[in-house]
Design a protein around this ligand. Structure first.
Ligand code: BGC
Length: 432
């Protein structure tokens, strides 16, 4: 009998990602800068939130940005996603503050000096208070105010920006402010939700055209909060119809409204939704994940790495480059964050192998920060923040991520860290 020697097709040393893959982390201005006093959120926090749930000084990144950027560069990041705060630049209608634009120029230049690529978000949930007093995104005039704001900052900032994200998660903004109503301006109204969706789509389209007019080869997109939807009983027709419609309205509808105005897809992936139609209720139900023995984050969000694969394969139909612009976990248990990182990245690796054109992964978040209505308790950072002293302490997950970035992929020995109940410290010492 012939002797077969099986030779491996590759060296099996690591799960390699495509060349020039972008690796980094994200933040948003209101969540990290502190003292964003001219914004609608600040005003709402003072009126509706207990003191310990107000943003206050947040991470004081407005002043400490240089330290934070040195840290992220030392952790190997080659890209950073951050936002600029409209409320600082135009605190009163038409009154643009040159020194604040200069401040953001300094911020972006500091990243550029460190050879970090910049993804700049132009609107990450907050509005200047004066805009919100005029009806915020329910008012179609806000689109024009937003465009005027972008026109004003473009001359100073555009040479520094690699990727433009016009609006962060329009769907979450609509949900929080106008459907569930737990976020400012807390106006539960289907009509308003529709107006806001329409105006946000129009704001994106106009911003896309404006930026391209000034910088023809600019890369412009949005960061969209996508969810994976799963009918729990595949033979149940009602569930599968609902799965399709939730996927359409939840994930794709905004792209229908904004047509071809995307140079890339920015996807923020956090949620899996299981659809259950077999209960007693005649109404469709989302399966309550807390009833199942599934792993969840400190916010009760299901850990479902396969959803990343499903989403990426679903979005390949747009034939556009994809960047994961947010993905992360609220956890005070850093081993859980390490498992999260490795398992979600492994799914991205498989999706790329299956044809998805994924070009970057931006983790949420670089540092612990102000988690909106939840305050400071949820800990999303690769870097821990002691809010008493503003001291930054990189977590082990930050070093695991560094190793991944250095390898442009997942070294096989890191996969050991996917195990539960292992001595992470000991394993890490051996690996890093
Ligand atoms: C938002 C972030 C937020 C994160 C975690 C995303 O929806 O863009 O601002 O902190 O999720 O909740």
């Amino acid at each position: 009998m012939k002797n077969f020697i099986l030779s491996p097709k590759h060296d099996h040393q690591s799960l390699l990602f495509p060349k020039d893959f972008l690796w980094g982390a994200a933040t948003s201005a209101h969540q990290v800068e502190g003292q964003n006093i001219h914004s609608d959120w600040w005003n709402w926090e003072i009126k509706h939130q207990p003191i310990d749930k107000r943003s206050g000084s947040a991470d004081n990144q407005y002043n400490l940005f240089e330290d934070d950027f040195q840290l992220l560069a030392s952790l190997g990041h080659n890209t950073h996603r951050l936002s600029i705060e409209w409320a600082r630049i135009e605190p009163e209608e038409g009154d643009f503050i040159a020194s604040e634009i200069e401040h953001y120029k300094k911020i972006l230049s500091s990243l550029k000096d460190k050879k970090i690529k910049i993804m700049l978000t132009l609107n990450h949930f907050t509005l200047p208070l004066w805009v919100s007093k005029k009806g915020g995104w329910t008012n179609s005039q806000t689109v024009e105010y937003f465009i005027r704001f972008i026109k004003t900052i473009i001359p100073s900032l555009s040479p520094l920006v690699d990727f433009w994200i016009t609006i962060n998660e329009p769907n979450v903004l609509v949900w929080g402010g106008y459907i569930e109503g737990s976020w400012p301006p807390q106006q539960k109204s289907f009509l308003k939700a529709t107006q806001v969706t329409w105006n946000l789509a129009s704001a994106h389209r106009k911003a896309y055209d404006l930026i391209h007019k000034v910088i023809p080869n600019a890369k412009v997109g949005i960061a969209y909060n996508v969810s994976s939807y799963n009918a729990l009983h595949k033979d149940n027709i009602k569930e599968t119809v609902l799965e399709w419609s939730m996927n359409f309205f939840g994930n794709h509808f905004f792209y229908q409204l904004t047509g071809k105005t995307h140079d890339f897809l920015g996807l923020n992936y956090y949620f899996n939704r299981d659809i259950d139609f077999e209960g007693k209720s005649q109404l469709p139900q989302l399966f309550d994940v807390r009833k199942a023995k599934k792993e969840v984050s400190d916010l009760g969000w299901e850990i479902y790495p396969q959803g990343m694969f499903e989403i990426l394969m679903d979005f390949t139909s747009y034939q556009l480059p994809i960047y994961i612009t947010e993905n992360g976990i609220a956890s005070t248990n850093d081993h859980r964050r390490i498992r999260f990182l490795l398992s979600y990245l492994t799914e991205i690796y498989h999706a790329i192998a299956a044809g998805a054109d994924v070009r970057g992964y931006i983790h949420w978040s670089l540092i612990d920060n102000f988690e909106w209505a939840e305050g400071f308790e949820p800990r999303f950072g690769l870097i821990e923040v002691d809010y008493q002293t503003q001291k930054r302490i990189p977590r082990s997950s930050a070093f695991v991520y560094k190793k991944i970035i250095e390898s442009n992929g997942i070294p096989h020995n890191l996969l050991k860290l996917l195990g539960h109940g292992i001595d992470v410290k000991k394993e890490m010492e051996a690996i890093l």
